[in-house]
Design a protein around this ligand. Structure first.
Ligand code: ADP
Ligand code: MG
Length: 253
């Protein structure tokens, strides 16, 4: 049975998508069968995995709103054991259309049921909001991976995320736990980044992953080539740290 991990933080630009794509690729490299689910209408996880959004005819929108089977949109990447349920901008409509839908928070969970015995890991890339697309993701997930950028206001908004998680645990998904908190875009040259690491560790203790993701130019270049970092520059520091993180994910699983 797959372990379902949602990568969530309602802040934009904290490396959710970078982490979702690269952890997926690294887990596949370690021999696991991996499904990456793109729940962000921006579709960056889709294109970052090398899938041309212009050629995607049906996406996760059709699954959530029109009841299309998830198997009908299952898309292969160029890499072994790494599959995607793609998103296009059409998904933006789902946030509103779901409001009036029956069982609106459990659409994704139900859609993933037939995927659970086909994969070892299902990684969900959440959008930067706490709306219904994120609620669906938290309801479908067994565990959460929360990226936090080592910047000013790093902890801002996390209270809101934690209350949302508590609500989901109470009403929709009592099994949901936090797999780990990931520090991203760390720059060892700044005192601020070092301070943020301390602050986050004081707050989340052993929930914080040992692996800290540094700022790395190669990581920011890889998406425009539609490649995970381990393909784009397999010897880069970015590739090294995401491989380390994937191992930690395996160990914590
Ligand atoms: P989110 O999905 O949370 O909005 P992204 O993963 O899209 O965040 O990352 C935001 C931007 O930061 C992207 O342009 C991405 O390429 C870049 N980025 C992410 N992680 C790193 C890193 N470790 N070093 C440098 N740039 C990064
Ligand atoms: Mg994103």
């Amino acid at each position: 049975m797959a372990q379902v991990i949602a990568v969530a933080n309602q802040k934009g630009g904290v490396a959710k998508t970078t982490t979702a794509v690269n952890v997926s690729a690294c887990l596949a490299e370690l021999g696991k069968n991996v499904l990456l689910v793109d729940m962000d209408p921006q579709g960056n996880a889709t294109s970052g995995s090398g899938i041309d959004k212009l050629r995607v005819r049906h996406c996760i929108y059709d699954v959530l709103i029109n009841g299309a089977p998830s198997t009908s949109i299952l898309t292969k990447t160029d890499w072994e054991r790494f599959f995607v349920l793609p998103a296009t901008i059409q998904l933006a409509g789902a946030e509103i259309e779901l409001v009036s839908a029956i069982s609106r928070e459990v659409k994704l969970r139900r859609a993933l049921d037939p995927m659970r015995n086909r994969f070892d890991y299902i990684i969900i890339d959440c959008p930067p909001s706490l709306g219904l697309l994120t609620l669906n993701s938290l309801t479908a997930a067994d565990q959460l991976l929360i990226p936090i950028q080592c910047e000013y206001y790093a902890l801002e908004g996390l209270g809101q995320l934690m209350s949302t998680i508590k609500l989901v645990q109470k009403h929709l998904n009592s099994e949901l736990t936090i797999l780990g908190v990931l520090l991203t875009m760390f720059d060892a040259r700044t005192n601020l980044a070092i301070q943020v690491v301390d602050e986050v560790k004081n707050h989340f203790h052993d929930k914080v992953f040992k692996t800290i993701i540094p700022r790395n130019v190669r990581l920011s270049e890889a998406p425009s080539h539609g490649q995970p970092i381990i393909v784009y520059d397999t010897r880069s520091r970015g590739a090294e740290v995401y491989r380390e993180l994937a191992k930690e994910v395996l160990e914590r699983g």
